[in-house]
Design a protein. Structure first.
Lengths: 137, 135
């Protein structure tokens, strides 16, 4: 019966900002909305053992910071929309715990980087090969 | 807990209290006893029960500065009451994150228009000290 319990939040249709300042304001509004939803998300997915609220907030801020250099307004709007969609999935429990753990709490550095740190022996490969294996991300 | 106990006692008393009603058959008698005689202080809301709902300023300062110091990017030695967030090396995203941390610390919700104005420790302290619902 989960479908009958409507969350109050829905993702609205795409926005069109006219100035960079407006786009910046939209992204900050999204960040605030995400931070306000974080305690609910932590309860929903039982993340209390794994991380703290402030750490999760810093991780979300790091996600925002990845796109800090973008200046194209349409791209910013698209990124904000994707962020709202992502937030909606987290609130609706459309995602599962392992999604959040992999994407946000452990993150790419944890998943891929650790394999290199976990005692993989050095076969005398060149730096080129090592970065080839590590990939582009 | 105390407030809860007071409420229970209050409701029990009110259930058992019976006001004497005098039927005024003489229409010309004009003395009306106002019911407010019984309640000198109106206890309608949560705020009425607390003598002062604003937090003590020293408490506010300590907790706000602590929230700023525990931020990852901030150097704790540079944090003073008059430091602005830009001086501490924080950009706009960090400022919003810090304001959210302060919101969480004091269990308040700051509206966006007010939150945009907070760009230094002293402004945050002023806002929280003036907020009646801060815990």
């Amino acid at each position: 019966m989960a479908g009958l319990i409507k969350n109050l939040r829905v993702t609205k249709t795409g926005s069109s900002s006219r100035t960079l300042e407006e786009a910046h304001r939209r992204s900050m509004d999204l960040f605030r909305e995400a931070c306000r939803a974080l305690p609910d998300i932590m309860d929903r997915y039982n993340l209390q053992e794994v991380t703290t609220l402030s750490e999760l907030r810093s991780k979300i801020a790091a996600e925002f910071r990845k796109h800090s250099k973008v200046t194209n307004l349409k791209v910013v709007d698209m990124l904000v929309f994707k962020g709202q969609e992502e937030l909606q999935y987290c609130i609706d429990h459309s995602k599962q715990r392992h999604h959040l753990l992999g994407q946000y709490i452990i993150g790419k550095e944890g998943l891929a980087g650790d394999i290199h740190k976990l005692g993989e022996t050095d076969h005398g490969e060149s730096e080129f090969l090592k970065s080839f294996y590590r990939g582009n991300s | 807990m105390m407030k809860h106990a007071v409420r229970i006692v209050q409701s029990r008393i009110l259930q058992r209290l019976r006001l004497g009603v005098q039927l005024d058959t003489d229409v010309n008698a004009s003395v009306v006893v106002p019911a407010t005689r019984w309640c000198s202080k109106r206890m309608y809301s949560e705020e009425a029960h607390a003598s002062s709902t604003h937090l003590d300023r020293g408490n506010v300062v300590a907790r706000v500065l602590n929230a700023v110091k525990t931020h990852q990017k901030v150097d704790p030695t540079k944090v003073t009451e008059s430091a602005s967030f830009q001086e501490l090396g924080l950009d706009s995203l960090d400022t919003v994150e810090l304001v959210m941390a302060i919101e969480e610390e004091f269990a308040v919700e700051i509206p966006d228009a007010e939150a945009d104005k907070i760009s230094s420790c002293s402004q945050a302290i002023e806002y929280i000290a003036a907020h009646p619902c801060a815990k």
